[in-house]
Every structure is written in structure tokens, then in C-alpha cells.
Design a protein around this ligand. Sequence first.
Ligand code: CO
Ligand code: CO
Ligand code: CO
Length: 354
Amino acid sequence: MSTESPIKLTSLSSKGGCGCKIGPADLSQVVRSLPQPEPNPDLLVGLDTSDDAGVYRLSADMAIVQTVDFFTPIVDDPYSFGQIAAANAISDIYAMGGKPLTALNIVAFPITTLDKQILADIMRGAADKAKEAGVTIVGGHSIDDKEPKFGMAVTGLVHPDRVRTNAGAQAGDRLILTKPIGVGIMTTAIKKEQLTAEEIARVTKVMAALNKTAAETMSRYEVHACTDVTGFGLLGHALEMAKGSQATITIDRQAVPILPRTRELAEQGFVPGGTKNNFAHVTPNVTFDPSLDQIDQWILCDAVTSGGLLIAIADSQAEALLRDLQEAGVEAAIIGAVTGTSAGTGQGHIQVQG
Ligand code: CO
Ligand code: CO
Ligand code: CO
């Protein structure tokens, strides 16, 4: 009989969730050094636009959407970790306007030193989440590794004319965010045992929620641009949209939904390194209202795991979409607008109001 206390999954790795992504500055340095791929007219969305997934046209009315995501445990409960990893991986299909179809599991696990039941629970959480999404798991690959990691490669379908990318946001559009932020700071506090059981349940529920309902609701509207908010944080992903759309985006800090106690925990020092990297990366292209202090700025850059969709939609339709999302149970809010163009600069810009 074992007298050991249950394994804390988050203690097995130094970074958790999307916070373990290689930072945008390091990554772009590597990608820049690669040879340019051969142009292919059927590659509708490739490497060059910082989009969520690749899109490849099969016929005039059908394209496949492909994406992969995997990371270290972000919560201690294995079943919840599996759910979150699956919801996060599938999300990139929704963010492109696609319908997810199939998935492959990606598993790294210290199989000789950790209880196999933990891996079984992770995979059961992922399988349940895939089922909820209508996704069929068709296989996978596993390796014996010191730190556990889990994720999925997901394939979906989209009509080539209905692909939602970072490009396409237009001046006058409103921006809708469909989940609260603060996830990186909250989960860093989980690792340091600073959250109550209720707070852990709340942030787990946010991360494990599929973007399915948000995406299906969005599909009934003429959305101009969409991405999901993950490792690069709200401002990092908003900046990718601003860059892709050659736009200036204005975000109203007061309107951004933030998980309760995020600020308090950030003030106590639970700000992950990934969040600070994100802040450093976006700073040249962001103007913060002087009323925002460093903590406010970090929160807006906080590395999210399995965050919501960020949607740009014409002003005339924004309120209707918001109401539909909220009626469907999505924690959506209008958080800003596209306020200008940056065409010709090759850059995007973000202004944050206090
Ligand atoms: Co994404
Ligand atoms: Co992604
Ligand atoms: Co991804």
C-alpha cells in the first residue's frame, strides 16, 4: 500500500501549458533562417502569416485545416490536463473557421517512474473532450520522456471561401473576446499552491471549455478576422491580427474580462516568464495609456492556455453576435475596435486605453 501523497503533475516541469512555447522572438529568428518554401496555389494559409493553422485546398469547395499543439501539465489533475490539452489543440481549427474532424494524440511520459494510471487519465480526459467536439481520434505517437507532455495534431475541414485568418480586420470593426484572461498568472499560482479549490475549478473550467459554441455562433456571421488567444497572450495575438490586417487595434482595458484575483496574484509575483517575454515582444508596437502600470500591462500580455476566440466583426453586427454568444453560454465581451490602418508600414499597432 502506498502512503505517498498524490503526484502534483505541475511540479514535474518548470513551465506549464502554452507558457512552455518557445518565445516569439526566438522562434521568428529560427524561422527566418529557413529556405522559402516553393509557392503552391493550394496552400491557402501557410507559415508566413502567424495564423493558427495551415489550410490546404483539396477542391474548389473543400480545404483541410491542420494544426498541432502539445505542452506540459498546466493543472495537477490528469483528467483535466487531458481535457485542456485537447480543447486547446482543437481550438486552432475553430479559430480558422473550420470544423474539426480527426486527431492524433501526442504523448511524452516517464512511463517507468510515474503511475501508468496518470497517463490513462490524461488520455481519457482528451478522449472525452474530442468526443464533445465531434472529433474522432485516429491514432497517435508516444515517447518515454522525463517530463510528461500531451497534445494533439488535429485536422478539420473548411470551405476555401470561409477561412478566417488574422488578415481581414477592417477599420470600424469591433473586437469580441470569448473567454476571460489571467490564466497564466492563475496557473502559476496553482504551482505555488496559492489558489483555493474553487479558484482551481474556475480556471480549469475556462481552459477546458471548447471554442465550439463560439465558433458555431460566429459561423452564422460575416466575420472579418479571427484567432484564438493562447501562449502569446491577448496583446500578442491581437498584434498578429493587427499585423495581418495592416491595422491599428484599440483595446479598452476596462472591458477585458479578467479572472478574479489575477491582479492580486500578479502583484504577489506570480507572473510567468512567458508573460514577461510576451510583453517585451509586443512593446515596440503597443501604446499603453499612462494610467496602466506594469502589472496591468503584464496581465494583458499574460500567456494564456486554451483561451477564447478573438473576433473582428463589422460594428453593425457586433452587438448581435455578442448577444448570440452570451445566450449560448459563452463568456464573451466586446473589448475594443479596429481604429485605423497601418497599410504600407508592414506593421500592426495596438493602443490600450485605461
Ligand atoms: Co491559435
Ligand atoms: Co495556436
Ligand atoms: Co496552436
